[in-house]
Design a protein around this ligand. Sequence first.
Ligand code: GLU
Length: 384
Amino acid sequence: MTALPPLPSLKNGQRIVVKIGSALVVDARTASPRQEWLESVAADIAALRSQGAQVIVVSSGAIALARHQLGLTRRVLRLDEKQAAASVGQIRLAQAWTNALSRHGLNAAQLLLTPDDTEHRRRYLNARASLNTLLTLGCVPIINENDAIATTEIRFGDNDRLAARVAEMTTSDQLVLLSDIDGLYTADPRTDPDARHLPVVESLTDEIESMGGAPPPGYSSGGMRTKLMAARIATQAGCAMVIAQGKPLHPLRALWDGGRCTWFLPSPDARSARKKWIGGSLTPAGTLVIDEGAVRALLSGSSLLPAGVREISGDFDRGDLVSVTDMHGQRIAHGLSSYGAADALRIMGRQSDEIEEILGWHGGDEIIHRDDLVMSDRACLPTT
Ligand code: GLU
């Protein structure tokens, strides 16, 4: 039998997405935010940040916070009613997080996303750039689905999958799903006394998938089924995921201290799956020719900066795939360009701190970020 790889731990997390469901944020009795609990989570986030981790929160609760206020108390709401409740409740939700985080000297920053923002390459780059800037400025992004305008066809519908997409988009290394249960069981522990808790899931086999079961009753749209879907997205993207009990105060501290939970290990071929996504089915829409210094930087794992680009050809938009060659035409890499061809031509050869002045906007210091770059197998420095 091969030994299990060491379990991930919150202590090693560098960029952590924490997903928090409506049942944790909202007191069902009063339909108002559980402010003391939110403050305990804010304290945990502050502690994680003091250890050097970046934290992104995906918080539900908008609909649950407003439905009573609007008299929408039926269990199942129509889409337009959910949209209305979300529009009202999101303001309260953001306010509750702002209050909780500000007590720990942290700035909350709100982002409302739709599936297009995480799946369409150009919008994905925009959302990722905003998140990176917010994290650099020391903010805590608080993300929810843009429920007010989300329609059935273009809707995540549950924040488990939204959180996994956010983890993928931000190349986070850990995704924490705070839940009303402390992990995955072989059967539903509320009904089956033989149900066994699984501390770790190495890969998402059919047997594991079958433990998902049906969605739970009540207001939240999650349940174990959407958590397993989230696990597939996150682990395929190279991110470890954990399901942990969230209800008591300081749930992240409990997890840090080794509380009971289920870890889903990142897929060992996650990198190659992403490589396929970038390099595989897409045809490059243009070419960037780079100098020797840039080739050297790319080979050592750095991003491509505009300063190292010498020539540009093709007609591509921000987010399109471009091919990268050296001055002799040798293919070095493939990658998603952070700038369209016209803008790339204007910043080519220039320093990154000049970008804003030249273009009047800033789409990132890199022309291709290293997370969006796939080196070609034969990339090397020219021998001459
Ligand atoms: N985005 C919804 C809300 O804020 C919740 C979705 C979910 O329950 O996962 O109310």
